[in-house]
Design a protein. Structure first.
Length: 402
């Protein structure tokens, strides 16, 4: 991939000169003639490096550098300041403004390129993960409590982490009574409560990473607060910002949602690539699913964004699948059988079956479930070496075909 470099310089000759040197080296070059122009363009282009001239009318390079550092989306961009003022004082000013390096003009192209390479390499080093990814965001939802949303979310998140050995975050947005951390036996050291006190624009990926809880499977958890009122301040903008940041550095986000349409819930549903609408085979649950589907269609979600998961939370007689599909006019994608006390016992102990007992029927069921919702590119072209989880999934698939 060609690295993108953004030049800001009011002098056209100088812009072309610098741009020319970089283009010859194979970099993708973008340029702006003023700070205003640069501030508008940089967040869209998201270059790998910004090179700023100091002397510019209106806003100088130092001010522009500071402005970029203040914005959460550009705070970590590597920045080099380019200037003809080769004095210690000027150099200090550049570092104070948050620049990573300083190149005095005139310069030798070789030295210039060497510094550019160093700045680019360093940037890769500083970021929590080396590549920008786009997570697949899976929201698990039901308007009716007790449908199995939290159990499914926890096992899916861990399952995905074990299948692909890629970064996964379980986001617990059941803010008033979320128990994801508890179900995974994680001490509640951090939660949404800390993020709720920070303005959306000021939340950056460093802050978010500090509040994630680490499960031994490799999955991370953004937990609900200990006390319901601790997240009262949390609004949709903060949720959007956090999900956007997490999405850039993870492969999967699995979201545990409460049984309502709070604005934080809607923010997550909007951002989701996939909504798993969970229901159990009884009348009230089907009714709740029907209401939810109606709301989703009114909001304008495409039907394929929403998938039905039928979860047998009880034993005995329930509404037949075909009946439910007829009423909801939608296909049920997956049916999860009744698991007896095994599931509730496992989760009460903080031992999700997919993690603690992947060889068991229930553990395998959730592993297959996680596989089902995986990114097509992972299913088609699994990262090597294959994980133990993936090998188990493939074995079961083969056995079913026979
Ligand atoms: N397929 C299942 N078989 C047996 N029990 C289940 C099943 N799915 C969920 N449960 C149980 O139902 C209860 C509610 O599940 P939970 O995940 O907390 O639902 P929600 O988050 O929708 O309120 C829990 O005790 C859970 O163990
Ligand atoms: Mg729940």
């Amino acid at each position: 991939m060609r690295e993108k470099i953004f030049i800001v310089d009011d002098n056209e000759v100088s812009r072309k000169l610098v741009g020319g040197i970089l283009k010859k080296e194979g970099y993708e070059v973008y340029a702006a003639a003023s700070a205003t122009e640069a501030l508008a363009a940089i967040p869209n282009i998201m270059p790998d490096l910004v090179i700023l001239d100091v002397m510019m009318p209106e806003m100088d390079g130092y001010q522009l550098c500071r402005r970029l550092r203040d914005r959460s989306d550009t705070a970590r961009l590597p920045i080099i300041i380019l200037t003809s003022l080769n004095q210690l004082e000027e150099r200090l000013k550049a570092f104070e403004a948050g620049a990573d390096d300083f190149i005095p003009k005139p310069f030798q192209p070789q030295e210039f390129l060497a510094r550019v390479q160093v700045a680019l390499r360093r940037s890769g080093f500083y970021l929590p993960t080396p590549t920008k990814t786009e997570a697949s965001t899976i929201a698990v939802f039901s308007l009716r409590g007790g449908s199995g949303v939290s159990s499914i979310t926890a096992n899916t998140a861990i399952g995905l982490s074990q299948l692909w050995k890629k970064p996964v975050v379980l986001v617990d947005l059941a803010l008033e009574n979320g128990i994801s951390a508890l179900m995974l036996d994680l001490p509640l050291r951090h939660s949404w409560a800390e993020l709720s006190k920070i303005h959306a624009e000021e939340i950056d990926s460093e802050v978010v990473y500090q509040v994630l809880l680490k499960h031994p499977s490799g999955a991370n958890v953004l937990a609900a607060p200990r006390r319901p009122y601790e997240a009262e301040l949390l609004n949709a903008d903060q949720v959007k910002q956090v999900l956007t940041l997490l999405s850039q550095q993870n492969e999967y986000l699995v979201i545990d949602l409460p049984h309502n349409f709070a604005e934080t819930t809607l923010a997550a549903l909007d951002q989701a690539d996939l909504i798993l609408l969970v229901l159990s085979p009884e009348l009230a649950s089907v009714q709740c699913a029907s209401i939810a589907l109606d709301v989703f269609s009114k909001i304008g979600y495409p039907p394929e964004k929403v998938k039905l998961v039928l979860n047998w939370t009880f034993k005995g007689k329930g509404l037949p699948r075909e009946e439910i599909e007829k009423v909801l006019q939608k296909r049920i994608e997956i049916v999860l059988p009744f698991a007896g006390d095994e599931l509730i016992n496992a989760l009460t102990l903080g031992k999700p079956p997919v993690y603690e007992a992947p060889e068991s029927a229930l553990g395998g069921l959730f592993e297959d479930f996680a596989f089902y919702w995986s990114k097509p590119e992972h299913k088609k072209n699994p990262p090597k070496p294959y994980s133990e989880a993936l090998i188990r999934v493939q074995k079961r698939m083969k056995a079913r075909k026979k």
